[in-house]
Design a protein around this ligand. Structure first.
Ligand SMILES: NC(=O)N[C@@H](CC(=O)O)C(=O)O
Ligand SMILES: [Zn+2]
Ligand SMILES: [Zn+2]
Length: 431
């Protein structure tokens, strides 16, 4: 059914907001008209955006949906709904499931379940190594054929340099990206939080910054040698950023992502031994946070991702040392960044929207992220006015593990449209 969105506030090329009418049909944007233009389409549904912001659907290139194997944490259906509620229309899911997504059957299973859920577009990554054990490469050709969009052992770093080099050479020959969780195990061994004041105060072992940057540096050299598109996961340190900035300057094909929590929180903010503040990479120093912000502003870091990583309350109740790493992210990402960076005047709305739409589409070559005639009708309608408090008990995700509970935010997604169909609308679920 054609969908017409009236009173849509749209960002123009200069970053100004203009009221428009958007028409869609068969999953495609068919027209963008000035406000007041008489638009007709037989049998169309009309949605009144009432002056709310309408952007290309948000894209999240780093998420954990937990299915198969960890359905008590999240399923592809609950994760898809949580993503839609957060305004995301395309998400790319990590292979650290059980079984690990390291064979074509599991890639297909993820795609089938995502289609069944039918709420957002789900792009699966496949593992670099069998079982993410770092010993043997997976079958990249078969995984690509099955629908994998890139290779990553997220959750763990590839420890062996030759293994990573072989992976990059193979991926490069197929024009596929390698996406790296950068962490040298020998420098980390059982540390639950970053080195710093918090670790000292609580007598915890600290994760040093160089455990991340040492892989970033190694991999940049390997990317240079192999010519692969190398994408760095969840960048969190000043040192990694320095290396990425330098690599980009000399033309190495490296891109990078950052998570909202690494732009907003540092280790000194951790209120106590509460594992909802435990994630990998950990919250680092104020200096690192400032470096991440500057890098996203100047384009050294290309995109924002959530690293949505749901865990059950029982798992998170095990305490700082024993609980698993990870926090949920879909439903707070845009409101957090809008409120803390756009409302405060630090960033333009245009910059934030680009880093969550056009930039991920560019980095990963997706047909998404643009509000243009002929583009897929993936749209997010955002209420920039209403202030609401983050209440984890209302999340669509099964995960409640967030450090942002109680934060008062604006910029809440109101309606999410995927392929011209409403996937989520405030308190309604439509399918
Ligand atoms: N980020 C996390 O803290 N956890 C992720 C793994 C990962 O992204 O490395 C998870 O799978 O739970
Ligand atoms: Zn990771
Ligand atoms: Zn992750």
């Amino acid at each position: 059914m054609p969908l017409i969105i009236i009173n849509a506030k749209v960002l123009n090329e200069d970053g100004q907001l203009e009221l428009k009418t958007i028409t869609t049909e068969d999953g495609v944007i068919t027209g963008i008209y000035d406000q007041g233009t008489e638009v007709q389409a037989a049998g169309a549904e009309t949605l009144d955006a009432a002056g709310k912001l309408v952007t290309p659907g948000f894209i999240d290139m780093h998420v954990h949906l937990r299915e198969p194997g960890f359905e008590h944490k999240e399923t592809i259906a609950t994760g898809s709904l949580s993503a839609a509620k957060g305004g995301f229309t395309t998400i790319a899911c990590m292979p650290n499931t059980r079984p690990i997504t390291d064979d074509p059957e599991t890639v297909k299973l993820v795609l089938d379940k995502a289609k069944e859920a039918g709420l957002v577009k789900v792009l699966p990554y496949a593992a670099i190594t069998v079982n993410e054990l770092g010993r043997e490469l997976t079958d990249f050709a078969a995984l690509k054929e099955a629908g994998a969009i890139g290779f990553t052992d997220d959750g763990v770093g590839v420890q062996n340099a030759q293994m990573m080099k072989d992976a990059m050479a193979w991926a490069a020959s197929m024009n596929m990206p390698v996406i790296a969780h950068c962490e040298d195990n020998s420098l980390v061994e059982g540390a639950p939080v970053a080195e710093g004041e918090f670790a000292r105060k609580h007598g915890l072992k600290g994760i040093p910054n160089e455990s991340e940057a040492i892989h970033v540096g190694r991999d940049i050299l390997l990317a240079e040698a192999t010519g692969v598109h190398y994408h760095v996961c969840h960048v969190s340190t000043e040192q990694s950023i320095r290396l990425i900035r330098q690599a980009k300057q000399i033309g190495i094909n490296v891109t990078a992502e950052v998570c909202p929590h690494h732009l907003l929180l540092c280790e000194e903010d951790i209120p106590g031994l509460n594992a909802n503040w435990k994630m990998n990479p950990p919250l680092r120093s104020r200096r690192d946070v400032e470096a991440c912000i500057a890098a996203l502003e100047d384009g050294t870091i290309d995109i924002v991702v959530t690293d949505h990583a749901p865990h059950s309350e029982e798992e998170k109740a095990k305490g700082m040392q024993l609980a698993p790493f990870g926090i949920v992210g879909f439903e707070t990402a845009f409101p957090l960044l809008y409120t803390k960076f756009v409302e405060t005047g630090l960033w333009t709305l245009q910059m934030l929207v680009q880093r969550m739409t056009a930039d991920p589409a560019r980095v990963f070559g997706l047909d998404a992220g643009r509000l243009e005639v002929g583009a897929p009708a993936d749209l997010t309608i955002v209420d920039l006015e209403t202030e609401k408090t983050v209440d984890p008990s209302t999340f669509a995700s099964k995960g409640r593990n967030t450090p942002f509970g109680g934060w008062s935010l604006k910029g809440w997604p109101a309606v999410t449209v995927v392929n011209g169909k409403i996937s989520w609308a405030e308190d309604r679920v439509l399918n």
